[in-house]
Structure formats: structure tokens, C-alpha cells
Design a binder for this molecule. Structure first.
Ligand code: SF4
Length: 197
């Protein structure tokens, strides 16, 4: 499993499948526990991530780390990745072509790790994975599509300038890990949104 994930990582590092390879400093593969019960999926690397090749190490990453710690979880216990593995110039939202081209890597990460649930962070990931929008309306909800469970929440970056959202993220992450505990105990959880295709 670890070896397969390493192959994905190496493929991401050398990937030239979309134009973002021309402007990146480093590709940013997913990182974390390959036996994690949850994969967190954000939008795309930012400046710090591009510089270092590591996901979620800037301010947004710190916000996520704090929210995890408040739920009693450390970063090392989970796996964190993005929809798009290279930084879009000036942190613009990745285009549909870029998202579609890069999605094979996320699919591979999911099929190798086989998490109990995938945590969608923010509108871009919500839109890319489930075709959704209006994250504030759907945050805190569980969705199921193609036999995979998803938990929807805001992007940690949203909490940087809006203090009210700090509590929202905290509340959602605590709920997420309560759900994971239920899933680990083979208990049924409530699915709020069912996707038929
Ligand atoms: S964004 Fe994804 S598809 Fe595009 S070059 Fe980077 S790794 Fe490859």
C-alpha cells in the first residue's frame, strides 16, 4: 500500500499533463498516514506548498492542524491532499481542464488508502468531486456517491479572515471524527445526500 502510494507521489512529482507544470516550483503530492480512515481534500497548493512540495503547510494548513488537534487528532494520523497537485498562478481557482486532468491522482489515492470517509474542504473540492456549490449550506453533511462516503466542510483558509468560521470548522471536524468512530464500530450513519450516479 505504502509502495503504491509512493508510485503515485513520484508520478505527481514528474507530471507534465497540464499547463500548471509550467509555472509550478514543485508539484505537491498528498501526504500523511497511508492507513488513515479519512482523506482530506482541499483545492490546490498555495505559495508555501509550491515552495516546499508539501500540502497544507501555510496558514490554512495551521488552521486545519488546530481544528484536528481540537478533535484530539494529530496531522500524522490523517492523509491530506488536493484536487489539483500544482499551484495555479496567483492562487487562482483551478480550471475544469486542470481539475479533470489531475483527478486520476486523487482517484488513485482513494483506491489505495480506502478511507472510511473523504472530507471535502471548501467549494472547489465540493464542486469537483460532487458537482456541488454553496458550501455553507451543505457543510456538516454526509454524502454518498459510488459507494464512497464524503463529509463536507469549509476550506480552512475561510477561517483566516472570518473568525466566526473558526468555530464552524471546529464543530465540523469534531462531528467528522465522531462519524469515523461510528464507522469503525460498523454502525450505520445518517447519509444526508445520496448521489445516484
Ligand atoms: S496539476 Fe496535476 S495534472 Fe497538472 S501538471 Fe500538476 S500533477 Fe500533473
Amino acid at each position: 500500500m505504502k509502495k503504491k502510494l509512493e508510485i503515485v507521489k513520484q508520478n505527481v512529482i514528474k507530471c507534465i499533463k497540464c499547463d500548471l507544470c509550467k509555472t509550478r516550483t514543485n508539484s505537491v503530492p498528498g501526504k500523511g498516514n497511508f492507513q488513515s480512515n479519512v482523506i482530506f481534500v482541499g483545492e490546490a497548493p498555495g505559495k508555501n506548498e509550491d515552495k516546499t512540495g508539501e500540502p497544507f503547510i501555510g496558514i490554512a494548513g495551521k488552521k486545519l492542524t488546530i481544528a484536528l488537534e481540537e478533535a484530539g487528532i494529530t496531522r500524522d494520523e490523517v492523509y491530506i491532499t488536493n484536487i489539483v497537485k500544482c499551484r495555479p498562478p496567483n492562487n487562482r481557482v483551478p480550471s475544469n481542464i486542470e481539475r479533470n486532468t489531475c483527478q486520476e491522482y486523487l482517484k488513485e489515492e482513494i483506491s489505495i488508502i480506502k478511507p472510511k470517509i473523504i472530507c471535502i474542504l471548501g467549494n472547489t473540492a465540493f464542486n469537483s468531486i460532487l458537482g456541488g456549490s454553496e458550501i455553507t449550506k451543505f457543510r456538516g453533511k454526509v454524502a454518498r456517491k459510488n459507494n464512497l462516503l464524503y463529509f463536507i466542510t469549509i476550506h480552512p483558509a475561510a477561517t483566516i479572515y472570518n473568525q466566526k468560521l473558526v468555530g464552524v470548522l471546529k464543530e465540523d471536524i469534531i462531528k467528522l471524527f465522531n462519524l469515523i468512530r461510528e464507522l469503525k464500530n460498523d454502525k450505520d450513519i445518517t447519509v444526508d445526500i445520496e448521489y445516484t450516479s
